[in-house]
Design a protein around this ligand. Structure first.
Ligand SMILES: [Zn+2]
Length: 276
């Protein structure tokens, strides 16, 4: 499977000359399965640019997985142009309780006081799908989920295809196990031996003291987690809106050093594509 980043920023879009390299759009990833099926994870502002690719390639169906409904993970949805095309269909997946809330989440953010077109008037056919505790299967790819440590119920997703494993785990707090909802060991088990892990690293160890309980991690703790989990490649993501490219460059360099032999660490960059 192939993965491409369309948004790597946390909290709020942060365009400008200081964020050109890693990108200013909020969370969105495209996953292309070997069967050709396209999956999108999260609908942050990065999903707008992905619209054009989906339309130009004549794709008529997308499976969208939502980790949770915080603004930076859904705000791009009304700007995903294919939802206005009548022969387009989308199945939106989430784990419980986000799954049960999906109609409210999507209709809510498109209410007329926020947005001109109501959700009920978009042309595409929308279906909802639940990511069950036992996981689901799409074209033979197993997709499972686990709750993360975030104030709102958030889920990480794991995709396994052809012996390769990809885990997307953002909005997860690793630095404060004393207040964890999900035990560290359970999360570690979920990512164990994965080929690629994309994980939240919004803060540094120094900064995170003031953000305890906010549901994000320091890059140092993220690297340590990936090492313990015997992950092969780690991409840090969900950068703080105020993080400048030159700071991220330094963080990625130090993180890769800390990763040592056996763990490659990279910084997720908008429009970067890689094979898992
Ligand atoms: Zn977020």
């Amino acid at each position: 499977m192939k993965v491409r980043f369309w948004g790597t920023r946390g909290s709020i879009p942060s365009p400008g000359k200081e964020t050109i390299k890693y990108g200013g759009n909020t969370t969105c990833l495209e996953v292309s399965l070997n069967s050709g099926r396209k999956i999108i994870i999260d609908a942050g502002s990065g999903i707008r640019a992905l619209s054009q690719k989906v339309i130009s390639q004549g794709i008529t169906h997308i499976d969208l997985f939502l980790t949770h409904s915080h603004w930076d993970h859904i705000q791009g949805f009304p700007f995903f142009a294919p939802i206005y095309i009548p022969n387009f269909s989308m199945k939106i997946y989430a784990a419980s309780p986000t799954f049960e809330r999906l109609p409210n989440i999507l209709e809510g953010q498109m209410k007329y006081i926020y947005y001109p077109v109501p959700f009920k008037e978009i042309g595409a056919t929308i279906e909802f799908g639940k990511v069950k505790k036992s996981g689901i299967s799409l074209d033979g790819v197993k997709i499972s989920s686990i709750r993360t440590n975030h104030p709102l119920e958030t889920h990480a997703f794991k995709l396994s295809e052809g012996g390769k494993t990809f885990v997307f785990m953002t909005d997860n707090e690793l630095d404060n196990p004393d207040i964890a909802i999900v035990p560290y060991e359970e999360l570690l088990n979920f990512v164990k031996n994965s080929d690629v892990l994309v994980h939240d690293a919004q803060y540094t160890k120094e900064e995170i003291e003031q953000y305890k309980g906010w549901g994000h991690s320091s890059w140092q703790e993220t690297v340590s987690f990936a090492k313990k989990g015997n992950v092969k490649r780690l991409y840090i993501t969900h950068y703080s809106p105020s993080r400048k490219d030159e700071e991220t460059d330094k963080i990625v360099e130090r993180a890769d050093e800390l990763g040592g032999v056996g763990l490659i660490v990279r910084g997720a960059r908008e429009e970067e594509e890689f094979e898992v």
